[in-house]
Design a protein around this ligand. Sequence first.
Ligand SMILES: Cc1cc2nc3c(=O)[nH]c(=O)nc-3n(C[C@H](O)[C@H](O)[C@H](O)COP(=O)(O)O)c2cc1C
Length: 317
Amino acid sequence: MEGVTEPCFRDLLLARNRPEALGGTFTEFVRVVDSPLPRRLLREHLGERALRPRAEREGPRAPVGVQLMGSDVGALAETARRAIEVGAPLVDLNFGCPAKGALRGCAGSALLREPAKLESIVRACVAAVSPAPLTGKIRAGYDDDSRLEDLARAVEAGGAAMLTIHCRTRAEAYCDEVDWTRIARAVNSVSIPVCGNGGVATHADLVRMRRETGCAFAMVGRAALGDPWIFEGLRVDAAEAARFLLEYADVLVLSGGASTRGAAARVKQLLVHWTAGDLLGGDRDGWLREGDPARLFERLRSHAGVDAATPERVTDR
Ligand SMILES: Cc1cc2nc3c(=O)[nH]c(=O)nc-3n(C[C@H](O)[C@H](O)[C@H](O)COP(=O)(O)O)c2cc1C
């Protein structure tokens, strides 16, 4: 998810959920305009850990695919090829982003109005990454869901290995109401595996979405920002939840990805959605109003039970 699921956060999630529970993740979308992106940038999005051979990592981890968004077929296809070259196990194409910037560039959900163009983009990228798999993510439609089946079939006809469908339309943005029958409609219109997305708030919803719609996989968006254990369905206490957030801040600073202030801002981005361990205890606004990073980390440490015996952390300074 753009601006949130950078490599440090993704890595912590992958470490807490077995691959059997969390089958895979994607980078945030990487915007491709009119020329192929440099390999360095793709490596940065993948993160150092995702690129290390599986055997070298502590324990098995699910794959991290690169997600691309754009409308220039040639630039997308070459960028997709480079993503595989630098070590991505798969590439996903974003046809769902509703942001004005994406629409202006005729990318993201703008392509939901042009199933034929969408299909040609998928086809070119499939050819570029073969034999690695390419997947595509759509919304249920642009203004309404009347072309849902056409869009699902366009992704399949282009040769994608999996279709992800976010069940809201572009017009519905991130509204509270979701209609999972749209996911079932996608499942019934293609023969490739379908990953359902939209409105999963709990681990039970993950199970229910698959049962009710027949989708092979279920994707979690915002709820994973508030509960990193959602895929396993583990219920952690407030101390464990606070330790996760402190570790996230530490990793961000130690990896050079953020200053202490920047790390506090990132933690607060998660606190907007946070549910795990009932850490916020009904005082979300109070947590979010905390402007001093030192006080925010102190409040987290008081819940985490971090004491003098704990090795020094960046967030102790
Ligand atoms: C801040 C934010 C950033 C997002 N960035 C991306 C992105 O980079 N790629 C993508 O496919 N979807 C992105 N999404 C959409 C989510 O992946 C997901 O489709 C959407 O939030 C619906 O799922 P949910 O109801 O479980 O949150 C983003 C959503 C939010 C709120």
